[in-house]
Write a protein that binds this ligand. Sequence first.
Ligand SMILES: Nc1nc2c(ncn2[C@@H]2O[C@H](COP(=O)(O)OP(=O)(O)OP(=O)(O)O)[C@@H](O)[C@H]2O)c(=O)[nH]1
Ligand SMILES: [Mg+2]
Length: 527
Amino acid sequence: MIVHRLARHFTAFRKSKRSFSILSRHLDAASTVFASAARLERVEDPELVLSDAQRRTIYALSTPPGKAGVAVIRVSGPDALRVWSCMVMANSDARSKDKARETDPEPWKMHRCKIIHPESGESLDDGLAVFFRGPKSFTTEDVVEMHIHSGRAIIASILSALSRLSFCRPAERGEFTRRAFEGGRLDLTQVEGLKDLIDAETESQRKAALKAAGGTTRARFESMRDEIIKCLALVEALIDFGEGEEIEKGVYELARKRALVLYHTIQHHLSDNRRGEILRSGIRLAIFGPPNAGKSSLLNFLAQREAAIVTPVPGTTRDILELSLDIGGLPVIVADTAGLRHTDDVVEKIGVERARQTIDKSDVSLCVLSLPELTLSGTIHIPPAISSLISEDTILLLNKADLVSASHINAISKLLGVKHTWQVSLTSGEGTQAFLEGFGRALQERYDMLQERVSEIEEPLITHSRHRAHLESASKFLQAFLDTPAEDVVFGAEELRYAAQAIGKISGLIDVEDVLDAVFRDFCIGK
Ligand SMILES: Nc1nc2c(ncn2[C@@H]2O[C@H](COP(=O)(O)OP(=O)(O)OP(=O)(O)O)[C@@H](O)[C@H]2O)c(=O)[nH]1
Ligand SMILES: [Mg+2]
């Protein structure tokens, strides 16, 4: 039939032999016939290779590769059950040899099973398998999880067996989570929360990420969007009916009042000193001071290992050395820098310049000074290059207390006008424990994370720069609405619509194609 139709097109073209346009018309028609032939063949020929887009069922290793007790391979998509019937032989099946392999396992229950090769039937591993029937699964699709022994050869053999099934394909980065998003199980703030939770290294990061993943952030943004929509409903009513008999007086004013309250709330969140973003990504701490003061010794003390080179030679540290540490339960990225002094040495000069840039970019700076050098001449002398970088918020550490007899804390902190000063000896350990505790507390205080006050303090709402950008744009549209006079009610409604849209973009509820890739790109495969 198809061959017959194709032949008809080519005969017609041979007969006409006229223009190029006739040729292209006949080629178009012929390609349509080819396409329908391909469709037919696909149904008839199960061996035909499907394209990636046609294979909706995906699989991946969801645990880190390597030796461990258990590894999990996850399969999600419309053909997940076919995977089960090809590769999972529950122990009950093995006992009754005649019974066909199970095609309808009891869902949400662990089944003791053998994982077998779909073609040879060879047993690849002993393990457990569970079937989650969609939509009650992570992705909202049918999901099969195989819990196997974690060893490179076992994992490789099962992944290779899965690749033999023509209806599935390996998952892309973050594709399971993307399906959870597309299925409506998670919004974008929850997706980000999940990623942050996996990446969390400190207690404060874990707590914040768990809240976001659980939907708390989503609810807070949604309530803002609801409020805008309520204002919009009032304004729309005005447009439809006009302020007259059907509608009460002062409706526009009411909408403005509500919008103003929300505008202030958003402004309040925007002026949070990036607390949420800093706590998520880590507080950037720069250690600075004159050469030989003990900056690298401090880094080593904080890291509890010999991370930086320490010598009695001034100018030992040249480049920036950064370490991620947990201080007082907060994530801190500590940078050790070159000692600040005037130098003609080319390499040291670059180091000093980099040190200045690092101090500039840091969230918190900590100045280390050597007590014997400060008090050398009997009076306290601080080099101007250092004192100019010290502000009220700089943390001050007076080191080498073992080499001086008196305490100089009060005199020096008064001279420099700083809030937090400690006197220690990093070699003898004197005062270091008090410094560590006090410093952790000072950081918690600065970022409103003091344990005893945490419950009274509002959790930071903005944890990603993406949230900040959309919230800033929502605030601009709200401001524009507030500036719109009542007679331009139609324009006012438009501004509110844009404001609602900007907040909707945070949770990804509307108009989000452009941001999706950015959010899922950072995920690992299998998540
Ligand atoms: N007596 C004494 N010596 C210390 C103390 N802390 C550090 N030192 C010594 O001071 C010297 C310099 O220490 P570093 O930690 O390398 O100093 P730095 O500030 O990193 O020096 P640069 O990298 O050259 O800028 C080393 O010999 C340390 O052992 C201390 O509390 N007491
Ligand atoms: Mg150093």
